[in-house]
Design a protein around this ligand. Structure first.
Ligand code: ZN
Length: 319
């Protein structure tokens, strides 16, 4: 995790307050017309002081464009978050329209992320009733409707901003339980508990993987196109969330992927691996698979029934 020095933390205070949804930048501050640009400057100074050469890669998308720096008369935007996007704002604001006063042209993506909602969580944006993309520039009074990927809305199906499915993932170091569950179900999840944010983003981009993380700042990074922030802290519930979000129920293939290294498993005959088996395993088991990556051998041991029961519960929760 990133550790910021106290001065950096103070400098970043408003930025973190905004993205964590713990407290809002007061309207009086927004009315000065600096909130978007100020957020960007603060986030950069915090990252640069703590991440060294990571700063450039991880600098976020809040850089104001030449156009956005041009001051305009202050105007008010109202944002309505639909579905479970309320998860990203503090409890006191949930269910309410968020009102902001701006005096700079601002991309709708920046306006939404300043409320704490990462752009990969946003599937449809309506500005004054019309669908727009993330680059849309707000320059006057606007009503902004924001819908999640898994939202109930069926409006504007050809204007959706997120993919409906994903088959490859990279998960951050805090999601070990989720990674184990997904691999158990046969899904391809790259995972290194020691990997830094920069490494996660590189793997995500190079291997075209969807990013799974509860770090909203990381999910807001400009290069993230597909990602998801598990709402629950329980691994089984997170698994259900991911399967639902990316419509993976029909792709479940249990016991086909190595839990240790993520490589596919392959059937082997008992004769091929018998020298590596414990004496009792040799006696009681006939069916084996081995990992094509690390060589780990798998068989339906005493824990197998328990695993099957757990998978059955996950499947039932998904359907
Ligand atoms: Zn393996």
């Amino acid at each position: 995790m990133v550790r910021l020095s106290r001065p950096s933390l103070r400098k970043c205070r408003r930025f973190f307050a905004a993205i964590d949804g713990r407290s809002w930048i007061p309207a009086a501050v927004c009315a000065v017309g600096r909130w978007t640009a100020t957020t960007e400057k603060m986030s950069r100074s915090g990252r640069a002081s703590s991440w060294g050469d990571h700063a450039q890669l991880l600098s976020n998308t809040l850089t104001p464009t030449r156009e956005s720096r041009i001051n305009v008369n202050p105007f008010t935007v109202r944002l309505a978050l639909h579905g479970d996007l309320d998860f990203f704002v503090r409890r006191g604001v949930r269910g309410r329209t968020i009102e902001r006063t701006l005096s700079e042209k601002t991309s709708v993506k920046d306006a939404i992320e300043a409320c704490g909602v990462p752009h990969p969580e946003v599937d449809l944006i309506l500005v004054n009733g019309q669908p727009v993309d993330f680059q849309y520039c707000i320059a006057s009074v606007a009503e902004i409707e924001v819908y999640p990927a898994a939202g109930p809305s069926t409006q504007f199906k050809n204007k959706r901003l997120q993919v409906a499915t994903a088959s490859k993932f990279v998960a951050d170091g805090h999601l070990g339980g989720l990674v184990r569950d997904l691999r158990l179900l046969g899904f391809d999840v790259a995972y290194d508990p020691q990997a830094e944010d920069r490494r996660l983003l590189l793997v995500m981009e190079r291997e075209t993987r969807a990013l799974l993380t509860r770090d909203r700042r990381l999910l807001m990074h400009a290069i993230v196109t597909t990602g998801y922030c598990p709402r629950s802290q329980n691994a089984d519930e997170q698994t259900v969330e991911v399967i639902r979000r990316f419509d993976m129920l029909g792709s479940i293939a249990p016991f086909t992927r190595c839990l240790r290294c993520n490589a596919p498993l392959q059937k082997v005959t008992k004769a091929e691996i018998i020298e590596r088996l414990e004496p009792l395993t040799k006696i009681y088991y006939e069916q084996f698979r081995h990992c094509t990556g690390c060589g780990q051998i798998y068989w339906a041991g005493s824990h197998f029934a328990k695993l099957q029961k757990r998978l059955k519960q996950i499947r039932a929760s998904c359907s």
